[in-house]
Unconditional design. Structure first.
Length: 182
C-alpha cells in the first residue's frame, strides 16, 4: 500500500504555511494550531519536504510572532470589554446613589414637616448620606481617603454645630416655639 503524495505547489505551500503559522478559529472562538506532522498527513505532503520548507522559511518564528500579536490583540479586546462593563456598573451604582440621596432628602423633608426629628434620626440620615456619597465617589473614580481626612479635621466643628442645633431644637420644643426652626 503506497500513499500518493501531493506535489507541494506554491498555493498549497501558502495554505499549509498559513495553517501552521496562524491556525484557525473553531466554532467556539478558540484558536487551533496544527503541527507539521498533522499538516503533512492531512494534505498528503512528504514530511521531509514540509519540514525543509518550514525550516528554510522560518515558519516556527513566524508562528511565535503571530501568536504574540494574536494574544496581545485578544488581551486588548478583553480589556476594552472590561472597561465597558466597568463603566456600565459605575453608571448603575451612581444612579442608585442618586436615588438613595433623593429618598434621604424626602425623609428629611417629611420629618421636618411632621416635627419628628430626633437626634438618632439625624445621626442615621447623616450616616446614610455619608455612605451613599462614598459609593457615588467611588463610582466616579474619585478617592474617598480625602473624605475621611476632611471628616476628621472638621469633626469637632461639625459635631459642635450639630449639638448646638439639637440644643436649639430642644429649647424650642420646651418653650413651644418650634415654627422658627422650619
Amino acid at each position: 500500500m503506497s500513499k500518493k503524495q501531493s506535489k507541494l505547489t506554491a498555493s498549497l505551500k501558502e495554505k499549509v504555511r498559513n495553517l501552521y503559522v496562524q491556525g484557525i478559529d473553531d466554532d467556539n472562538g478558540d484558536r487551533i494550531l496544527f503541527s507539521l506532522d498533522e499538516l503533512a498527513k492531512n494534505h498528503k505532503i512528504a514530511k521531509s519536504t514540509l519540514y525543509r520548507h518550514a525550516k528554510n522559511e522560518n515558519w516556527k518564528i513566524e508562528q511565535e510572532r503571530f501568536q504574540q500579536g494574536y494574544l496581545s490583540e485578544l488581551d486588548a479586546r478583553r480589556k476594552t470589554e472590561l472597561v465597558k462593563e466597568s463603566k456600565r456598573f459605575d453608571t448603575t451604582t451612581l444612579n442608585i446613589s442618586k436615588a438613595l440621596l433623593g429618598q434621604i432628602g424626602t425623609m428629611i423633608k417629611r420629618s421636618q414637616q411632621e416635627d419628628k426629628f430626633t437626634p438618632n434620626m439625624v445621626n442615621q440620615l447623616c450616616e446614610a448620606t455619608y455612605k451613599v456619597q462614598r459609593v457615588a465617589k467611588l463610582a466616579l473614580g474619585e478617592a474617598t481617603e480625602n473624605m475621611n481626612l476632611n471628616a476628621n479635621v472638621k469633626d469637632t466643628t461639625a459635631f459642635n454645630e450639630a449639638m448646638e442645633l439639637l440644643d436649639e431644637i430642644g429649647r424650642a420644643k420646651r418653650t413651644g416655639d418650634v415654627d422658627p426652626l422650619h
